[in-house]
Design a protein around this ligand. Structure first.
Ligand code: CAA
Length: 387
């Protein structure tokens, strides 16, 4: 059912096949259990690294595969179709910390961090949000103060995906002073590693879905960060984070398309085998119409996502397109998984079948990397930004 609306090249189809086979062989047999146990399988990071999947869009000179955005998203969708928790680990790593170091990092930072990240030896995470700064990300309060060549960071970051496993964390902190607050322009980006004195992992969230992806708070308590860990320019960290989220939101859209595709496949298969009133329920028009609407929303989400990805690969500004793709795909995923449960009836409500997990996993795609409300704000603002 997973037809491509954008014709894929032979290389793209090959990477899609590799992703699908890996996901079905190494991940699918464990997904339900990992979800129940809230278990993150560390071996997967190395295995995905060996396939090159942790350096998909990093140029070969930095040990990556140097692929385009569309190829990366096609592979990501395949992984998400099987396990959305694994998909978010891949999405965050490939879209946010690695791309930030690639674009704004020094040669030394690329050597020390980007290359091992591309090889899958170091896993990346992204720390923007704080307990009091979610949608209003520029209100973050973590403070960085200079001390000789170093920076001293104090504060708490929240909702950090892969947070217990993240080995290279791109953290945003204020570098302006209380006497000279500069809003979004008072924020800088730092490369933080768990070995820094004063770093600790805080509360692990007990989530509704995506339970095999650890989401945590991080505490920085007089954390000493060497001066060469500042990324790019002082005061540009918020802009870097926003530009990177333009990419990140494509990854979350691909994750949402994968979840919806899985729900559609499961519902179509179940409707063919489940008999009521003497015939398979797929013979009833109520079920046919529901499946038709589900398939249409999956296909239109994928089409918008692929169009946004190819626009990015042409070098166009994709802020609006990326928010549209995420908004459309995440709301479609929530709707499609809800319909899947309806087709399964009571069986959709219990853990014997996968659709209740897909429904729980879908919800977060409307929340993280910007809620649906934030995506609408971005889309509306962009309508006027170039007039
Ligand atoms: N690209 C480049 N620059 C951008 C930009 C973009 N997409 N968006 C904003 N900027 C720039 C603006 O041009 C402005 O620059 P100047 O100082 O030069 O004017 C600056 O950033 C400030 O922008 P705004 O005035 O628009 O900022 P704002 O405070 O009004 O906020 C917002 C805008 C869109 C609401 C933003 O705060 C936002 O996206 N909020 C949601 C945050 C979010 O997505 N968080 C997710 C965190 S990650 C996560 O979910 C966890 C995970 O690990 C998966």
């Amino acid at each position: 059912m997973s037809w491509a609306l954008t014709p894929l090249t032979e290389e793209q189809r090959e990477i899609q096949r590799v992703a699908r086979e890996f996901a079905e062989r190494e991940i699918a047999p464990h997904s339900a259990q990992w979800d129940r146990d809230q278990y993150f399988e560390p071996a997967l990071v190395r295995q995905l690294g060996d396939l090159g999947f942790l350096g998909m869009m990093i140029p070969e000179v930095y040990d990556g595969l140097g692929l385009d955005t569309l190829t990366y998203l096609v592979a990501l969708e395949e992984i998400a179709t099987v396990d959305a928790s694994v998909a978010v680990m891949l999405s965050v790593h490939n879209s946010l910390p690695t791309q930030m170091i690639l674009k704004w990092g020094s040669d030394k930072q690329k050597e020390c961090f980007l290359k091992p990240m591309a090889r899958g030896e170091l896993l990346g995470a992204f720390a923007l949000s704080e307990p009091e700064a979610g949608s209003d990300a520029a209100a973050l309060r973590t403070q960085a103060v200079r001390d000789g060549n170093d920076w001293i960071l104090n504060g708490t970051k929240a909702w950090v995906s892969s947070g217990t496993k993240g080995e290279v964390i791109l953290a945003m902190a204020r570098t302006d002073t209380p006497d000279d607050r500069r809003g979004a322009r008072g924020i800088s980006a730092f490369i933080v590693t768990p070995d820094l004195p004063g770093f600790s992992v805080g509360k692990k969230e007990d989530k509704m879905g995506l339970r095999a992806s650890p989401t945590v708070q991080l505490h920085f308590s007089d954390m000493r960060v060497p001066g060469d860990r500042l990324l790019g320019q002082i005061g540009s960290g918020f802009i870097y984070a926003m530009q990177s989220l333009d990419n990140g939101r494509l990854g979350i859209a691909a994750q949402a398309v994968g979840i919806a595709e899985a729900a559609l496949r499961a519902a179509a298969a179940y409707a063919a085998e489940r008999k009521q009133f003497g015939k398979p329920i797929k013979e009833f028009q109520a079920i046919q119409f529901r499946l038709a609407d589900m398939a249409t929303r999956v296909a239109s989400s994928r089409a918008l996502l692929h169009a946004a990805a190819t626009a990015k690969d042409r070098g166009e500004r994709i802020t609006q397109f990326s928010s549209m793709a995420k908004l459309q795909a995440s709301e479609a995923a929530m709707w499609v998984t809800t319909q899947a449960i309806q087709i399964f009836g009571g069986y959709g409500y219990v853990t014997d079948y996968p659709v209740e997990r897909l429904f729980r996993d879908a919800k977060v795609t409307e929340l993280y990397e910007g809620t649906s409300e934030i995506q609408r704000i971005v889309i509306a603002r962009e309508m006027y930004s170039h007039t």
